[in-house]
Design a protein around this ligand. Structure first.
Ligand SMILES: [Zn+2]
Length: 210
């Protein structure tokens, strides 16, 4: 199958490779990738700033934002079956207490793995595998925008955490300032507008950073 791969640590190494189609384990599903998103992390990986190949591999399949259909799966695991539209989450936990508590974003060791970034191949290929428990089933009517689920989860997490922290007191915000009008800034804007908040977004212009 075709795959977008890099040699981690080597600048501008991204290329279209021909590699073997992965074989899912009994706890994994084989995914037919429909779309991927490209973010700053992918650009940094291609700059050689970071990225780590899976053990035993000298390349890394890139791509962590994705939308896929389930090509094969054992039984009807976690309510997901063949043909379903899914988004696999990116991070796979280690055994620290936060990871064991389902909060791998708060991993205490840094020993987590991430598809397309750190020790797991990504989804920039015709087929990919993911543990079934980390697949998010997506309604087919959202197929046009569902590849944005991963960056949207970044926005959701940030907003959730902000409100969580402010539970220390009564807090009824009316206006929000968002610094940065990239995809995450804009998705966060939509989210906060849906909450009925007035949102101000600022961004630098090209000439500001020149
Ligand atoms: Zn952890």
């Amino acid at each position: 199958m075709r795959a977008l791969t890099v040699t981690p640590g080597v600048k501008n190494s991204i290329r279209l490779d021909e590699i073997d189609t992965p074989t899912p384990s009994s706890s994994q599903a084989l995914l037919r990738v429909q779309e991927i998103g490209i973010c700053g992390t992918d650009l940094d990986i291609n700059q050689g700033f970071y990225g780590e190949a899976p053990p035993g591999s000298n390349y890394l399949v890139t791509g962590h934002e994705s939308l896929a259909t389930v090509e094969s799966i054992l039984g009807n695991a976690h309510g997901i079956s063949r043909g379903d539209l899914v988004v696999p989450t990116v991070r796979r936990p280690d055994s620290c207490m936060n990871c064991l508590n389902g909060e791998s974003d708060m991993c205490l060791t840094g020993n987590y793995r991430e598809h397309g970034i750190k020790r797991l191949h990504g989804f920039g290929s015709e087929f990919a595998v993911s543990d079934v428990q980390f697949l998010v089933k997506v309604p087919s009517k959202l197929s046009d925008v569902a590849v944005l689920l991963e960056p949207m989860s970044v926005a959701e997490k940030g907003v959730y955490q902000a409100f969580k922290i402010q539970e220390r007191m009564l807090w009824k915000p009316k206006r929000v300032l968002i610094l940065g009008a990239g995809p995450v800034g804009l998705l966060t804007t939509y989210l906060l507008r849906l909450k009925g908040l007035e949102v101000v977004v600022t961004a630098t212009r090209a000439k500001d950073s020149a």
